[in-house]
Design a protein around this ligand. Sequence first.
Ligand code: ATP
Ligand code: MG
Length: 528
Amino acid sequence: YKNAPATMRELVDAGRAHGEQEFLVYQQKRLSFTQFFDKVDALGHYLINNKAIAKGERVAIAMRNCPEWMVAYAAIVSVGAVVVPLNSWGSADELSYCLKDAGAKLLICDPARLQLTKPLLKSLNCQAIVTGDNSNTDESIGNFDDIITQNRGKALPTTACAANDIAQIMYTSGTTGRPKGAVSSHKNICQAIYSFEFHAICSAMANPKAIEKMFAGGFAPCTLLSVPLFHVSGCYAAFLLNLRGGRKTVMMYKWSPEEALELISKERVTIFSAVPSMVMDLLRHPDVDSSDTSSLFSLGGGGAACPPAFKETISNTLSSSYVGTGYGMTESNAICASCTGDAFMYKPDSAGILSPLVEWQTRDEQGQPLPAGASGEIWLKSVCNIKQYWNKPDANNINFDGNWMATGDIGYLDEENFVYLVGRAKDLIIRGGENIYPAEIEACLSLHPSISEAAIIAVPDERLGEVPGAVIKPRDGAEICHDDIKSYLSNKLAAYKIPQNIWISSQDLPRNASGKILKSELVRQYID
Ligand code: ATP
Ligand code: MG
């Protein structure tokens, strides 16, 4: 995108033009763009003048969704430091691992995250700023609100940054192992934000219902931010896109379908985009029919596999909005493929049409490119892709090849440029030489009327190496037995794919903040 800004400072500064317009709604607080930037300027001033944060030094953020998260992010990137958004769902060990890995000099956090990291901050030589009311006597820990008050009215210092300088280390979701620090330049992110904008415009234009609403008069875009800010979708598609574009953002501290329905109606939310499991929570909620969702204009779920039931439910429930899904990853920064409107129904198994900014290749196990249409590991080339992983020379050698980047996903592209995801390379189960992709079995199980959630894991087997096992959570009130499941699957799948071990769980399956089922946790519970 030729018109995209070169640096994060320019990208963020575009939001200043929206002045007194309302930007953030969070619990009882309402903040205009001007009020937001007053805080950004004060904090940015403090970072440079009081904390001597130099260009390229890492400043981490660990908070649940709140306006201070966004203020911190905007201040850090505007003064040329490297922002490190940490997973606020993380345990003490997980947070400390990332803080240490990133070599953060300063942590801006909420009281709960301070509690978790405090024992280690000294040894990591990391100072902290904490939000909320607290009477901290420790000199190395400043109070966020006090800092803002003391520095109000001070100018935001300028640090010269180039497009290729590092702006951010964002950690991956940690679905397949320890989270990896994904390093983005200013350019990678600025281009990604423009690509999100491009997707939003194209999706709206391709949907007659959306066009009707947009031109109906009085249309005021408003996003419900229900996903965490520390991943790409919350940080870019909600926060940075709305900051730049002057759109209202209603923030949720944590996910609750009841509260989401209330906010949609009260704040006249137009855009709700989340992970598929959250969209399903909303659509299956008993209050959905009696709630006023008429303001909704776009509804989407992506970033994780969409069960086939998702598409049916989403299209049948809120008929006034257009619906969609997308494929992307922390390392791609932008959406790699997306699907809305007719295409969403016409190719129900696809993750979407390849984004115009992204080049596609599949490679075999030896790393050789495969012919068009063949299934293999997906490699992507895009101006938005991260530069590299932080502190991971081995992973960098394996996963980057010139401008191409490995995704760890297996899939193929059809003749119309639609992406089909078959599974993750790391999830593959090899049963006596036969490849089994858990995603295929999970998609079948998700269509069973009595099943709420299902995950397939590899079970060690003396003779066959490994075989698939299923962990299933029935829908509330539904009765289900092993034989039912096996006979249901035997009508749909080859015999070797049918799980012999089936565990029925009364609990929700464990998920990470991206809504993905943590299979390592299931292996620990059921197999180890
Ligand atoms: P880690 O890399 O730490 O193991 P992660 O890959 O889950 O974690 P993210 O970058 O948040 O971390 O997730 C990206 C991954 O999510 C993709 O590589 C893909 O496997 C999966 N994914 C994203 N979108 C979709 C989709 N529409 N359908 C299926 N899977 C998807
Ligand atoms: Mg990944």
